[in-house]
Design a protein around this ligand. Structure first.
Ligand SMILES: [Zn+2]
Length: 149
């Protein structure tokens, strides 16, 4: 039996789905919620800070902040093949926070991206089989994509 815990950070991030049949082809943004789900055994080592935990929530928060929030907050995420948007963003000048990615920035693809950003940093020193089990990306309060391995 494993225990899972979740912690999230939020960002304000712009994107565009260039081929979308309705409104998502417009430049727009979301208040994204990036929710990491970590699985493992609870730490049994007596007297350590993490005793009884899978991982300290503060540690997940630090990892999410550094590898997701600080990369993508108040940025515009653009697919490297979206030449129209890339031209427009170039007009914004070199100070504009643009994040170019090799995929169309749907919630599904962003969930995989965030998983790959975070997973290498979820490590245990207690041998409690801890790992990042999933990344849930909330694009709106009613729309969530999950990447899970
Ligand atoms: Zn959108």
């Amino acid at each position: 039996m494993k225990t899972t815990i979740r912690r999230w950070v939020e960002t304000d991030t712009g994107h565009r789905i260039p081929n979308h049949k309705v409104k998502c082809c417009n430049l727009h943004g979301h208040r994204y919620r990036w929710e990491a789900e970590v699985e493992g055994d609870t730490v049994t080592e007596e007297g350590v800070s993490d005793e009884g935990m899978v991982i300290d929530f503060a540690d997940i928060n630090r990892i999410l902040t550094e590898h997701v929030h600080d990369v993508i907050d108040h940025a515009f995420v653009v697919w490297e093949g979206d030449e129209t948007t890339l031209r427009a963003l170039k007009e914004m000048g070199p100070e504009h926070h643009t994040v170019m990615v090799p995929f169309i920035p749907t919630a599904e693809n962003l969930a995989r991206w965030a998983f790959e950003q975070v997973a290498p940093h979820i490590k245990s020193i207690y041998g409690n089989s801890m790992r990042l089990a999933a990344m849930h990306v909330w694009e709106t309060p009613k729309s969530c994509a999950t990447y899970r391995i």
